[in-house]
Design a protein around this ligand. Structure first.
Ligand code: GLN
Length: 276
């Protein structure tokens, strides 16, 4: 079979099963299996493909038919223009989260930064690579997630600290900036998520308690002693949580609270200054 035939078949197979973004998914799996980019494909699409790699492609397609996220199949995703290793131990970094990193990048030069609930490490490591921070600490309650974050830290050769900690429990010292994309899906909503997320991503990284706000409250309550006076906290939030998270901050010692929108025009990030 030629490369062209294999790719066409892959697209057709995912389309027929109504897998979301079938064509794009078929291409990415194909590109990964055959180490192909658009330019190379253009040159060799009519050549015969090696059969052992065809088998691998087919097993990838079977994975997508079972709704395994594409990123878990190829173990890779792009975030802030950087490549991150991912597997089912961590939430897959989302493009929406780049919005949080963009805001933090405006503030983090020469600062001590803590990324709480770091998962794959995508937020803290991106800040360490791009942000000229004084220090970056990454923490997560899951040892398994931290193993992935460590791997990503090594791959990007960043000098960051890793702490296994349930929120601030094991975190020493204080910081100028605390960033977090905590689990924020209301528990009863989880069943309604797409199967890729609901059945494969770590529920621990999704479940934000009854109202989805559990971690914001807990982080805000534990924050005194860890965020320096005048320091900033930046949270990613769900599109419908802007008002609620703003109110939680207003009821505590935070000022200059701002809710920022993502590229789709939805509330996505809340920033506030600590005056405690
Ligand atoms: N910080 C990681 C991310 O943004 C993981 C977030 C989480 O596990 N809730 O992708």
């Amino acid at each position: 079979m030629t490369y062209q035939q294999i790719l066409d078949q892959g697209k057709e197979c995912l389309r027929q099963a109504q897998i979301p973004e079938a064509d794009l998914g078929a291409w990415y799996l194909f590109a990964e299996c055959f180490k192909m980019d658009r330019a190379r494909f253009f040159l060799c699409s009519q050549e015969e493909a090696p059969s052992d790699q065809i088998d691998r492609y087919q097993s990838f397609l079977r994975g997508r038919l079972r709704h395994i996220p594409l990123e878990y199949l190829i173990h890779r995703t792009e975030f802030m223009g950087l490549s991150y290793y991912v597997d089912s131990r961590v939430l897959i970094p989302r493009q929406d989260t780049e919005c949080l990193v963009e805001e933090a990048l405006l503030l983090c030069k020469d600062k001590d930064v803590l990324d709480l609930c770091t998962g794959s490490g995508c937020i803290g490591i991106s800040l360490a690579v791009l942000g000229a921070c004084r220090s970056v600490t990454l923490s997560d309650a899951s040892e398994e997630a931290l193993a992935v974050a460590r791997e990503n830290g090594l791959a990007h050769s960043v000098d960051v600290a890793f702490v296994k900690s349930d929120l601030f429990e094991e975190v020493d010292g204080d910081f100028d900036i605390i960033v977090s994309n905590p689990p924020y899906i209301a528990r009863k909503e989880i069943q309604r998520l797409m199967p890729e997320v609901r059945d494969y991503e770590p529920v621990m990284a999704l479940d934000g308690g009854e109202d989805g706000l559990f971690f914001y409250k807990k982080i805000m309550d534990q924050l005194p002693g860890h965020l320096r006076r005048g320091g900033m906290v930046l949270f990613e939030i769900g599109f419908d949580q802007g008002k609620a998270v703003r109110r939680l901050l207003e009821n505590r010692a935070f000022v200059r609270i701002e809710v920022k929108k993502d590229l789709a025009g939805l509330d996505r990030v809340v920033c506030a200054q600590y005056e405690g």
